[in-house]
Design a protein around this ligand. Structure first.
Ligand code: PLP
Length: 387
């Protein structure tokens, strides 16, 4: 049977591929410590689950408006207005089954074949994959370790051409844990104004941040008129399997995104949006506890990685990933990641799962217990001693 040509342009996501490989190994009886997937190991807070269960009991089990339940859009608008220090109206909000479909649909709605989109590299692979899929060109913005995994402003400026349509930023960042400063955001905004570019701001880790304050490009006056501001429930509220994300966008784009929702899945799952409302308006102490735990784990894993011969790791300021530099081993990161999984039972991701500039790194998700992190560190040390 034949498939469309465009399918060869669509990438995948290393984390899900490695997860599938782990499941096969586990089915054969191998013990694996999971540090590959970007998913909090905590349960969704009970008040959120209860709100969704109540919504089912109350009969919220029917189709709902495609951009989101109106009350949920209003709650998101208020939450974003408060947390980003700006004014977001409910009609600017679109809800979707995760941030990932918003990345897909917003690129689909804005970018033409032949356009260029500047994407962080190493960076979350969906951006590059979707841009290629629609026949546009992903242009890598190199995030360098020596610059704390932030872009270099002059390098970013040099990437803009008459074909550039959009710049993607992600802070706190996957896979490096890097966090952009207000000055970085000002620079992106100034560039976008100068060249009439869209800004896709993926802020899914906005609340998982340590030792520093979160800054959003949306708080720059005027930025929202050219920004797709995205956040979601997966990471902050340990709701990965619920599939819930949201964006604040200019109204005409909200209408395009709603139309894409209609065409692809009609509407979001209705009752889970009641969970979203409870999450964003209810008590936040579970989030605070989770972030405090992540911070402890971060300190353990970063200290442990830095003790391993020929490995170094910057202290990430956000998200829950340690991006360890293994260039001194002289080995390719893909080869090392495979060896560490197959022979030592620790699943991590090769830096190249996040683009060409990820070579020389391994990403460890520290959404795991301190006990498992310590076990994994000992195994990684043993593995690297052999190369
Ligand atoms: N954006 C980034 C930077 C991510 O790391 C992830 C998940 O790993 C997502 C988006 C996708 O999140 P969601 O579960 O909301 O689709």
């Amino acid at each position: 049977m034949q498939y469309s040509d465009r399918m060869s342009l669509l990438g995948t996501e290393g984390a899900f591929e490695v997860l599938a490989r782990c499941k096969q190994l586990e089915a054969r009886g191998k013990q694996i410590i999971h540090m590959e997937i970007g998913e909090p190991d905590f349960d969704t807070p009970a008040n959120i689950s209860e709100a969704a269960i109540k919504a089912i009991r109350d009969g919220h089990t029917h189709y709902s408006p495609s951009a989101g339940v109106p009350e949920a859009r209003a709650v998101v608008a208020e939450y974003l207005s408060k947390t980003r220090g700006t004014k977001v109206a409910p009609e600017n909000v679109v809800i979707a089954p995760g941030v990932k479909p918003l990345v897909f649909n917003a690129i689909l709605a804005i970018v033409n074949p032949g356009d260029e989109v500047i994407v962080p590299n190493p960076g979350y692979p969906a951006y590059e994959s979707v841009v290629s899929f629609i026949g546009a060109k992903p242009v890598p913005m190199h995030l360098r370790e020596e610059n704390n995994f932030r872009f270099v402003v002059d390098e970013l400026k040099a990437l803009v051409t008459p074909k550039t349509r959009m710049v993607v930023i992600n802070s706190p960042q996957n896979p490096t844990g890097g966090v952009l400063t207000p000055e970085n955001l000002e620079a992106v905004y100034a560039l976008a104004e100068e060249h009439d570019l869209w800004i896709m701001a993926d802020e899914i880790y906005s609340r998982i941040i340590y030792d520093t304050e979160f800054a959003s490009i949306a708080s720059i006056p005027g930025a929202l008129k050219r920004t797709i501001l995205m956040d979601g429930m997966s990471k902050t509220y340990a709701m990965t399997g619920w599939r819930l994300g949201y964006a604040a966008v200019p109204k005409p784009l909200a209408e395009h995104l709603a139309k894409l929702n209609i065409n692809v899945f009609s509407c979001n799952n209705t009752f889970i949006q009641y969970g979203l409302m409870e999450a964003l308006t209810g008590p936040q102490n579970d989030v605070d506890k989770m972030v405090a735990k992540f911070k402890k784990r971060r300190d353990v894993i970063v200290a442990g990685l830095n003790k391993i011969d020929r490995v170094s790791c910057l202290t990430p300021l956000g998200a829950f990933y340690a991006f360890a530099n293994i260039t001194k081993t002289g080995r390719k990161c893909g080869e090392l990641a495979d060896m560490i999984l197959n022979e030592y039972g620790v699943a991590c991701l090769a830096g190249t799962a996040f683009g060409e500039f990820g070579e020389g790194y391994l990403r460890f998700s520290y959404a795991n217990s301190i006990d498992n992190i310590n076990k994994a560190l000992a195994l990684v040390e043993k593995a690297l001693a052999e190369v």
